[in-house]
Ligand binder design. Structure first.
Ligand SMILES: *Cc1c(COP(=O)(O)O)cnc(C)c1O
Length: 407
């Protein structure tokens, strides 16, 4: 069957508006479309393809496990999931792991666990969940309600209750909101979808202290910031603040769908047999690939590389900005960077992204005002240079079109 982009509009639910080309093949940080055009990939499947496309070691383990055992359900356990859980707990604060298939599912588990833990230990009245404006936690009804954009949760009927939102980085407002009725606080230790907002370290420390004071669990949603993206295995390690529950997905499977919730033995005890579950969660195929991705990422070499690549990105982005004056700020950490547009270009991030695609660079936006880069952690320096040369052409195109229309 010959497939075209037009067919998408005929057969798909219209909730997405993908680019006009259809990618068919990827290798490292390069992607090719149906017509053989080559793209540099700074989008990384939205912070997922942590080792690029078709990394040989991931392909190898996928093929090996694929020829051995894919799926059992949770009526039986399997070796790859136990190995991956052991490695995740060895590498983090956590003692226990629950596997899911996505970030939203990992967060759904975290929120349900926090509510159940509070019920077990403090009774029914301790049910408030505090989260942050512009935060993003997934698209299930509970997670979208906890997320900080009403536009994503309105229009679907009654929402799960006892969820309150606070301004990010505003400790005074947070202190007013939290009380002994608070059962959990969910936050991204670096807001991704909300615009690549780096937290103030004192704010995060203050949130931790207030959670302790009120016996509220601190949940870090590291679905986007985790698995080496910030130059630390998890962003909490760079902040020096340890959560009670951590969720991870996106980069965790290097492109294969998997999510996980990590916590301590004491908290995990509230998820007794039958309280929660997933048919596919912890399947051997996903866990085997994720185990290999974690082995490769969790090395000094890759972490140091992330910081060096961030410096290379920043050097070129600063130079582009000196020439074209489009950004108010380049922000973010490691391989999760955002170019915030200045007042003149406010609201036009999507125009820059579309122009980049025309110049054969794949990138992302984070809201209407921020162009986002979330490439592979091992993207070769020459691909960074080439991609940013293409990005400069895209920026020039948008700037020149603006000047033409102003003249
Ligand atoms: C992407 C994302 C999610 C949702 O993950 P899915 O796999 O799309 O369900 C949750 N939290 C954060 C911080 C994310 O960036």
């Amino acid at each position: 069957m010959h497939v075209t982009r037009e067919m998408f509009n005929d057969v798909m639910v219209p909730n997405y508006n993908p680019a006009n080309m259809i990618p068919v093949r990827g290798e490292g940080s390069r992607v090719w479309d149906q017509d053989g055009n080559e793209y540099v990939d700074f989008a990384g499947g939205i912070a997922v393809n942590v080792l690029g496309h078709c990394h040989p070691e991931l392909v190898k383990v996928l093929n090996e496990q694929g020829a051995k055992l894919w799926h059992l359900s949770n009526v039986f356990t399997n070796e790859p999931s136990i190995r991956l859980a052991k490695k995740l707990t060895d590498a983090t604060f956590a003692d226990r792991v629950y596997f899911a298939n996505s970030g939203a599912e990992a967060n759904e588990a975290a929120l349900k666990l926090a509510r159940r833990f509070a019920l077990d230990h403090y009774g029914e009245s301790k049910d408030q969940i505090i989260s942050f404006k512009q935060g993003f936690h997934g698209r299930t009804f509970f997670t979208v309600t906890v997320g900080g954009q009403a536009a994503y949760s309105d229009g679907f009927g009654p929402k799960p209750g006892a969820v309150d939102h606070c301004d990010y980085n505003d400790l005074a407002a947070f202190e007013k909101l939290i009380s002994d009725k608070t059962c959990a606080v969910m936050m991204e230790p670096l807001q991704g979808e909300g615009g690549i907002i780096v937290p103030d370290p004192d704010f995060v420390k203050g949130v931790r202290e207030l959670c302790d004071k009120h016996n509220a669990l601190l949940i870090f949603d590291e679905v986007q910031s985790g698995v080496g993206r910030t130059g630390h295995l998890y962003a909490y390690m760079g902040l020096g603040v340890t959560p009670d529950i951590l969720t991870t997905a996106k980069s965790l499977g290097g492109g294969f769908p998997i999510g996980a919730m990590l916590t301590t033995t004491e908290i995990a005890a509230s998820l007794k047999p039958g309280t929660h579950g997933s048919t596919y969660g912890g399947n051997p195929l996903a866990c085997a690939v994720a185990e290999k991705a974690l082995d490769i990422v969790n090395t000094e070499e890759v972490m140091q590389g992330v910081l060096a690549k961030e410096a290379l990105f920043r050097k070129h982005l600063d130079a582009i900005n000196e020439k074209y004056h489009v950004f108010s700020e380049i922000r973010g950490q490691g391989m999760l960077l955002g170019c915030a547009l200045n007042d003149k270009y406010k609201g036009r991030a999507r125009d820059f992204m579309m122009a980049a695609t025309e110049h054969h660079l794949m990138c992302l936006v984070a809201g209407a005002n921020v162009i986002r880069f979330a490439p592979s952690l091992v993207i070769p320096d020459e691909d960074i240079e080439l991609g940013l040369a293409r990005f400069e052409k895209a920026v020039a195109q948008v700037v020149n079109a603006e000047q033409d229309s102003a003249a």
